[in-house]
Design a protein around this ligand. Structure first.
Ligand code: SAH
Ligand code: SF4
Ligand code: F3S
Length: 558
């Protein structure tokens, strides 16, 4: 369906950012044009998140707003993609009839077909509108409404993926989406995400992800390594591997694997159109440690390799050894604890104790924390406050955990009950909103102090900074100076390249740049007049840190 403009807005996690980038690439290849202006688009897509109610609320408010526009422009096509589409399913269309297309995260390869269908249907509905009005009058029936309903196009995996024997085949067609990735050497900021695992099998009792993303499937290692090489060839310097539990990565070549009790043959799976060279010989297994080593060794153009999110169980020394011995793998782990109380962890079904968690952090530090060599290990965490039955003593234990873990940053969330999860159905959400809010603020204050201490300890040091582009401050300044005309989000991450270019084109005087250290700390510095800001983007440069606040280091290029 060429010559249509599409606005694609992304909510939620990095997995969604990557999905949006792939969707944007796929639609562009088919002749759609992406725009950063929702009002100018023929097709408006929201790639949504369901992890907390707040994430869904944002989308509900977008859908409320767009209803008014659609009343004026009946040809407009509105699509909800991602986890909220999967979680809410067709209920979403009942609640928001403005939605024409629903597409779950495991069905995104079908999106072009769905959109094509929706665009044509809306066109014919608009063309027939006059007749329908007559019909409605004649029969006293709401023909328009029923025609509207039949016009909806939906692709959701439902619960079938966990039972279906065609799981491998479903994975294959989705695999095509990742394989189709086209990376333009010019339009990126030097950094990219690469998926290694889809879905999740952990079923933490509070979490919607296993219900929206389906069963855990590991991508073939050759596909991942090839993708990293292609990205490196296009000038990508930093790759972040993505998965809900990345350290569980395990690809069994030439044997059967069990996915949630369903035995899936992986032998001889072929991927049409791919360049893969998998040899399914015997019982060969690629572990997460093997995968990291392969990417590190076979794609040396990737100067920074990191991965999120690690699960605090089953993290072997083999991975820590590969990290220690591979200079281009970052000394950074995002490894959420969720709670500092063993009772709460058990109710969450996390499968580890606080003692085991802290033992892992000690082990990781033993292998990887080398501040004297300029390579400290940086940790990041996630915590949930106010989970079902959390007492003040449990909460104090979470504070204690933060003090021991010393994360460089920690995301802290108030528990949000999610329909469809075990906790929603079986455990009472009995901590008041006021207590959740208070605990959230108290925990943030504890973390604030720890983060500040870590930032301050780096003042005076020289950090190697991977430059991502102009700083947030510089973007806002450019946008304000240009009356908001610079569009800051179009598809996904790949558009950062053009955003940087647009800001730099308009900048005058020294430009403030931003980047990240190996340990993922944010660094801001001014580009000296003698250097080209564009030339710095996507490179690793030394910066001497002059001062620091909680989340940002400020320095000068050396
Ligand atoms: N796979 C990752 C997390 C993915 S979801 C892991 O297991 O670590 C990202 C974060 O959202 C989680 O770490 C958790 O802290 C938070 N989260 C998930 N469900 C939530 C809920 N129902 N309420 C509040 N926070 C939640
Ligand atoms: Fe959710 Fe737990 Fe899976 Fe993470 S590991 S995505 S928190 S179910
Ligand atoms: Fe949200 Fe789905 Fe990611 S629920 S956090 S977009 S996996």
């Amino acid at each position: 369906m060429p010559d249509r403009t599409v606005y694609l807005e992304t909510f939620g996690c990095q997995m969604n950012e990557l999905d949006s980038e792939l969707v944007a690439g796929q639609l562009t290849a088919l002749g759609y044009r992406l725009t950063g202006e929702a009002d100018a688009a023929d097709v408006v897509l929201y790639n949504t998140c369901s992890v907390r109610d707040l994430a869904e609320q944002k989308v509900r408010s977008r859908l409320g707003e767009i209803r008014l526009r659609k009343a004026e422009e009946p040809g407009l096509v509105v699509g909800v993609l991602g986890c909220m589409a999967e979680r809410d399913g067709e209920d979403l269309i009942r609640k928001f009839p403005v939605v024409d297309v629903l597409c779950g995260p495991a069905e995104l390869d079908k999106l072009p077909g769905l959109l094509d269908n929706a665009v044509r249907t809306r066109e014919s509905l608009v063309a027939d509108a006059g007749d329908e009005a007559v019909l409605t009058k004649k029969n006293g029936r709401t023909v328009h409404a029923s025609a509207e309903r039949s016009a909806k196009v939906v692709a959701l995996q439902g619960d079938s993926s966990r039972r279906s024997s065609t799981l491998a085949a479903a994975g294959d067609s989705l695999e095509m989406l990742d394989l189709s990735r086209a990376v333009s050497p010019h339009d990126h900021d030097g950094s990219a995400y690469v998926r290694i695992t889809r879905g999740c099998n952990k079923f933490c009792t509070y979490c919607v992800v296993p219900h929206t993303r389906g069963a855990e499937i590991h991508r073939p290692p050759d596909h991942i390594v090839d993708e990293c090489k292609r990205l490196a060839d296009a000038g990508i310097v930093e790759v972040t591997l993505l998965g809900q539990t990345v350290n569980h990565y395990r690809f069994e070549h030439g044997s059967s694997v069990s996915v949630s009790g369903v035995t899936q043959p992986q032998k001889g799976r072929t991927y049409k159109g791919s360049h893969h060279r998998d040899v399914y010989a015997g019982e060969r297994v690629t572990t997460f440690a093997d995968l990291l080593k392969r990417i590190h060794d076979e794609a040396p153009g990737i100067q920074r390799l990191r991965f999120v999110t690690s699960y605090p169980r089953d993290f072997g020394n083999d991975v820590l050894e590969v990290m220690r011995d591979s200079p281009r793998i970052c000394r950074y782990l995002h490894i959420p604890a969720q709670s500092g109380s063993n009772e709460v962890l058990a109710r969450m079904n996390r499968g580890y104790t606080v003692e085991e968690y802290l033992e892992f952090l000690d082990r990781a530090r033993h292998f990887l924390d080398e501040p004297e060599k300029g390579r400290p290990l940086m940790l990041a965490g996630d915590m949930i406050v106010g989970f079902c039955g959390e007492t003040e003593a449990d909460f104090e234990a979470s504070k204690e955990l933060l003090r021991k873990a010393r994360y460089k940053n920690c995301f802290i969330f108030k528990y949000s009950p999610r329909p469809g999860t075990t906790a929603y159905d079986r455990i009472a959400d009995d901590v008041s909103e006021a207590d959740k809010r208070r605990r959230c603020n108290e925990l943030l204050a504890v973390q604030h102090e720890i983060s500040h201490g870590i930032s301050e300890s780096l003042v005076g040091s020289v950090q190697h900074v991977f430059v991502q582009g102009v700083s947030e401050y510089e973007r806002k300044r450019a946008k304000a100076a240009d009356n908001g005309m610079i569009s800051l989000t179009v598809g996904g991450r790949s558009d950062l390249g053009s955003t940087n270019a647009a800001v730099l084109e308009r900048a005058s005087g020294p430009v403030q740049m931003t980047g990240r250290t190996d340990g993922d700390l944010i660094v801001v510095f001014d580009c000296p007049e003698s250097r080209s800001a564009t030339g710095l983007i996507g490179r690793v440069v030394p910066v001497r840190i002059a001062r620091a606040n909680v989340l940002t280091l400020f320095g000068e290029l050396v």
